[in-house]
Design a protein around this ligand. Structure first.
Ligand code: ZN
Length: 473
């Protein structure tokens, strides 16, 4: 007998299907983690093994997080890194991160994933790149399986220490032969290329200033050989742009092109400092971008041209980025910030023609067609993220897709007065906690709490490791 699940009576169900149906009184029926039917109450089965009565709630496709560093939950807002931009912020953290041991890695992965699930996230890509002190990606994959989150793990890397012209200290980087060997091990052991996969592996060297040219080339070659995706940080700051210009005589995107790092199997975190030609390069080569608005504001990195990417047809998803630069893992908050920041970016652009009193003149010619809407932000968080991760089996609620979704109680203080458009309320109003989150047809969040794991001892353990790591630094 298949394992069945029924959602009924939703005040609103957002499908994100090709016609973007929003169904009042909607529901869905799934078997073995796959949606069989979506519709209003009429045509759905009467019962199932698991029945979720979503009266008074909105049901949304599970959000997809396309960039995170889960282990960084251990180093949220450390005093030495509260008020600096990327390079000094990184140097304040590297040695602490290098002390992350298997137990601390497990606790931090559980904390980050739980926070994501509680904000409606069902699929997470994690970009881990510091593997010292016995830490391995295996502990994260195990933690994700225990929680029931769909997880794209990275065998990330840093190999270019300070003495070779990189930013990280020499004792924080790894040997390149070992990185490639371990990458093969992890892919062979865990990567599932199939439909509905719960675990995938990505090769993710950290950045142009912490990895050698050889490792970038070799990682791309290996990823293509194994059929896994490639990811790195790119165009995050002007410091990075200066670094590649000085060292390689090229802007970051051109440098990546030289290394065979542009293609439909690649996405970049941040992608802020790009010109119009580079946006077209991303569109032509079908590269994706992970937009991380909170982190970009927190580190003063800049504002990514998301609406321009969307207009050019570039794949864009949302990422909360690491919890040391966010300092949370709330994907619903990220979607709201994406909408707000896109508007601010437009407001800061000089008007066409001579630049005079541009903030004032801007108010006379609001280019509202270019404003990001709440529904566009929802699309980035769902279908957009799915496309970035190379998946067509998640991101919308349709027959044949994975049963990944979450619900929000609409009858709360936070949404009161905003229900003339309940779908937009999810983005415009302050982020609320998920009432129910379901991944692969299994309940991960029930009544606003993590369903299958007592998180209280995890919080205690996580705080202990955080204290030890930061004090020991
Ligand atoms: Zn990052």
């Amino acid at each position: 007998m298949p394992r069945s699940l029924l959602v009924k009576n939703a005040q609103m169900l957002v499908t994100m299907d090709p016609s973007r149906r929003e169904i009042a009184g909607g529901g869905l029926y799934a078997e073995d983690g796959v949606i069989r039917q979506v519709g209003d109450g009429g045509g759905l089965p009467d019962t199932a093994d698991t029945v979720i009565d979503a009266a008074g709630q909105i049901v949304l496709p599970g959000f997809v997080n396309t960039h995170h560093h889960l282990n960084q939950t251990l180093t949220r807002n450390i005093p030495a890194a509260q008020n600096n931009n990327l390079f000094p912020w990184l140097t304040a953290h590297y040695r602490i991160w290098a002390k992350t041991n298997p137990e601390a890695s497990r606790a931090s992965t559980l904390i980050g994933l739980a926070e994501l699930a509680l904000s409606g996230c069902t699929t997470v890509f994690d970009h881990s790149y510091v593997f010292k002190s016995g830490n391995k990606v295996d502990y994260q994959i195990e933690a994700a399986r225990d929680l029931g989150i769909r997880f794209h793990a990275s065998r990330g890397s840093m190999s270019l220490g300070e003495s070779s012209g990189g930013l990280p200290p020499d004792d924080c980087v790894e040997d390149e032969d070992f990185i490639l060997e371990d990458s093969i091990r992890v892919i062979d052991r865990y990567h599932d290329a199939g439909n509905g996969a719960m675990t995938r592996i990505v090769l993710a060297p950290c950045s142009p200033f912490s990895v050698s040219e050889t490792l970038l080339r070799e990682s791309a070659r290996l990823a293509r050989d194994k059929g896994v995706m490639l990811h790195t940080h790119l165009c995050e700051t002007l410091d990075e742009e200066r670094y590649t210009l000085e060292r390689f005589g090229k802007r970051p995107v051109e440098w990546m092109e030289d290394l065979d790092w542009l293609g439909p199997d690649v996405w970049f975190a941040h992608a802020i400092h790009v010109d119009d030609e580079e946006i077209q390069t991303f569109a032509r080569t079908r590269c994706g971008a992970a937009h991380c608005p909170c982190s970009n504001m927190r580190l003063g990195s800049g504002i990514a041209p998301i609406k321009k990417y969307m207009a050019a047809g570039v794949r864009v998803g949302l990422g909360v980025d690491g919890s040391a630069s966010n300092d949370s893992s709330n994907i619903l908050m990220e979607a709201r910030q994406a909408m707000l920041l896109a508007r601010l970016r437009l407001g800061l652009l000089p008007p066409e023609g001579p630049r005079k009193h541009f903030l004032l003149s801007q108010s006379h010619e609001l280019r509202q067609a270019e404003w990001m809407t709440a529904r566009e932000a929802l699309e980035l968080a769902t279908l957009g993220g799915a496309r970035v991760l190379g998946r067509d089996d998640i991101g919308s609620l349709e027959a044949g897709k994975c049963a990944d979704f979450f619900t929000l109680d609409l009858n709360t203080i936070g949404y009161a007065g905003g229900l003339n458009d309940p779908v937009a309320a999810v983005i415009f109003c302050a982020p609320q906690g998920a009432r129910t989150t379901v991944v692969n047809g299994e309940v991960v969040v029930a009544d606003g709490e993590i369903a299958n794991l007592d998180m209280r001892p995890v919080v205690t353990e996580h705080n202990m490791w955080s204290r030890r790591l930061v004090e020991g630094a």
